[in-house]
Design a protein. Structure first.
Length: 675
């Protein structure tokens, strides 16, 4: 089975840490020791040390900003976000969603936004608190790197990121690469990258949004079924004495009786409750003749895990908590603006607690990462040269895999040549880690554009590092990890042809991706079958297809239509592409579209989506999915607005993942203020 099988709720983590006072810079030093399993009290001790390390970093970073001479920032040519995909990847191949685009979409989190992008999908398990991972052109979530302000969020144990946990509050832009990008962002970017830049501007602003989900057909389930979800987000910013300050906070809640459609009736999905909190703080100021940006982020979520229809878990629960800090320093006026440099120092900590029954913690996993990126870019005639060095320490302590760590270093270069309407770019990156050796990513891009047309061709080699679960899972009878695993390797290419007028835009993007050495959990003899299980480099898969999109905007009326064709073949046991088995659950054909009628103070629209040609793991055909929706946006004046979205107007019963029924007709009502 291509793509591998990774245990979902594993047990894991641990790091020994100390703050060195020998240097005036007070660098944090992390020591990793393979000490095996830890008892609960030992874990608490190490978690205290985690907090000590990060607290020391917070104090150092904050004091550095506080002691800086504040200057007028002006408009910098190079900002920390200038190392996002829009600047690094080949032109015309990056999807960019601005703050205005995000607001117009009405999406509250990254999973909802991704669902609106052609070729992307956020896997949906049917209830508000479910974990939703990214899929780009049929990939697994472990093949997509998610970055916020230069800091990777991928879980070192399993590789994926929960997109539903990433709020759109305080986000300035979302950039997406739908092609291999290990040359730019290192390991795991086999299918692409989702890069988020938060808002750090100095102009005063205040935004707030209060929303609730309504299920009008679920009256029999009481108030908890009729209004199962609520959300609140607040974001603000201003300049204070030369210091740009920003804040974004979110609260999300879901009842424990989320209504879903099952065998023609609405039923309550028990144990589906959610309470999540998020806080993001930012400060930006002039420092050492450059610009320093400090970001602090914290989050907590408590959710029920209802399980599937076949394997319900009515008492299971999971708590996720984490913190993130980064300090970026940029100077863009060296040699009269011909050279720019940036340093990014960051730290991250995440914890997962899982219990099968109320009050009994079964699994605990902690992960901590500290890293640094040193980057420079300069002009040499028509050539723009970018390059950098990176280093990262990652440690995991887990009730499953004990205490393990990884040390990694990388060097990368991204030269770009621009001659009139033509741009040629090359990129390459070499990574070294102490557990699986060398990893290489490379790529090229060629583009041409004029006032109406643009063409681009990309090619890339990318790789995915084995996860800690794959490498270090202990021998528990049913299976064990494999320290001899090699990285997965992929080659991909895409061609982009686009045409644009002020009122009409069209694009087509054929693409192909081949992945070898896919990590699969098989029995110890190397065959798919009974226990004991062992991860091995066994599989190969081929993905090919294309996306086409048409957009029309003539003032009063606006419309969009997108089509995706995807063939995903499992080549593990066959090189016959035509007759090779298809990968399960991936739609062969997808259509999505919308039509909007707009006036000065309001607009209404219809949306539709269809997915067809899916098969299950036994190659049996699955039902097509057709969803019809409607939306209304009304301006109330003075920065206030009201939004109403209706999903699944036909009350269709369907499952995106077998065993996880979806909700029927649903309304989302939101009141927003933007000042």
């Amino acid at each position: 089975m291509a793509g591998g099988v990774t245990p979902l709720y594993c047990r894991a983590y641990g790091i020994k840490s100390v703050v060195s006072s020998a240097s005036p810079w007070n660098f944090t030093i992390l020591f990793f020791a393979p000490t095996g399993r830890r008892k609960e009290q030992d874990m608490r001790s190490k978690h205290t040390r985690f907090i000590t390390v990060f607290a020391a970093f917070f104090v150092w970073a904050a004091s550095a900003i506080a002691q800086a001479t504040l200057v007028d920032l002006g408009t910098a040519a190079v900002q920390p976000g200038s190392w996002g995909p829009e600047q690094l990847a080949a032109p015309a191949t990056v999807l960019v969603y601005s703050e205005a685009d995000i607001v117009a979409s009405g999406t509250a989190n990254l999973a909802e936004l991704v669902d609106q992008v052609s070729g992307l999908d956020a896997r949906d398990y049917g209830y508000s608190g479910s974990v939703r991972t990214a899929s780009i052109r049929g990939s697994s979530g472990a093949h997509v790197v998610v970055v916020v302000d230069g800091v990777r969020l991928n879980d070192p144990r399993v590789g994926a990121v929960d997109l539903a946990a990433i709020s759109m509050a305080g986000v300035e832009s979302v950039q997406i690469i739908r092609n291999g990008a290990s040359a730019l962002y290192g390991a795991d970017a086999i299918a692409g990258v989702i890069y988020i830049t938060t808002k750090r501007q100095g102009q005063p602003w205040f935004n707030a949004r209060l929303g609730t989900g309504l299920h009008p057909l679920a009256t029999a389930l009481g108030l908890s079924g009729l209004m199962p979800t609520q959300s609140l987000s607040i974001e603000a910013g201003r300049n204070l004495a030369g210091l740009d300050l920003s804040l974004a906070t979110t609260v999300d809640r879901a009842s424990g009786q989320f209504p879903v459609l099952q065998t023609g009736s609405l039923v309550a999905l028990e144990n589906s409750g959610l309470l999540s909190l998020g806080l993001d703080l930012g400060a930006r100021a002039g420092f050492l003749t450059g610009i320093a940006t400090l970001t602090l982020h914290g989050s907590y979520a408590d959710r029920g895990i209802p399980g599937s229809l076949s394997y319900p878990t009515p008492e299971a629960a999971q708590q996720n908590s984490g913190g993130r800090v980064s300090l970026a320093w940029t100077k863009d006026d060296i040699l009269d603006g011909a050279l720019a440099v940036e340093t990014l120092v960051f730290g991250r900590w995440d914890r997962v607690d899982y219990s099968a029954a109320t009050g009994a913690t079964l699994d605990r996993h902690d992960a901590a990462t500290a890293g640094i990126d040193l980057r420079a870019s300069g002009l040499a005639g028509p050539v723009l040269l970018r390059g950098g060095l990176s280093g990262e320490l990652t440690g995991v302590e887990s009730t499953s895999i004990g205490t393990v760590g990884r040390i990694g270093f990388g060097v990368y270069a991204v030269p770009e040549l621009q001659l009139g309407d033509f741009t040629v770019s090359l990129n390459g990156r070499l990574d070294f880690t102490d557990d699986f050796g060398l990893g290489f990513g490379g790529g090229f891009g060629f583009s041409w554009r004029d006032d109406f047309f643009s063409l681009a061709l990309n090619g890339a080699q990318a790789y995915r590092a084995p996860s800690f679960n794959d490498l270090y899972w202990p021998d528990e009878g049913w299976g064990r990890g494999n320290p001899a695993l090699r990285p997965e390797t992929a080659w991909s290419a895409e061609f982009v042809a686009a045409f644009g007028l002020p009122f009409l835009k069209a694009s087509a993007t054929p693409n192909v991706r081949f992945v070898k050495d896919l990590i699969n959990w098989v029995d110890a003899d190397g065959w798919l079958g009974p226990e004991p299980m062992l991860p091995v480099n066994l599989g190969a898969a081929l993905y090919y297809g294309g996306e086409a999109r048409l957009e029309f905007d003539q003032g009063v009326i606006a419309a969009e239509l997108g089509y995706v064709w995807l063939e995903a073949r499992n080549l593990t046991d066959s090189v016959d592409i035509i007759n090779a088995p298809r990968l399960p659950l991936l739609p062969r054909h997808s259509l999505n579209g919308s039509v909007w009628f707009r006036q000065v103070s309001w607009r209404i629209g219809l949306t539709g989506a269809w997915k067809g040609g899916r098969v299950d793991s036994s190659a049996f055909s699955l039902d097509d999915i057709f969803l019809l929706g409607a939306a209304c946006r009304v301006s109330l004046g003075q920065g206030w607005s009201l939004a109403l979205d209706a999903d699944n107007l036909l009350n269709a019963e369907y499952q995106e993942n077998p065993g996880y029924p979806q909700s029927g007709l649903k309304l989302d009502l939101a009141l927003a203020c933007r000042l």
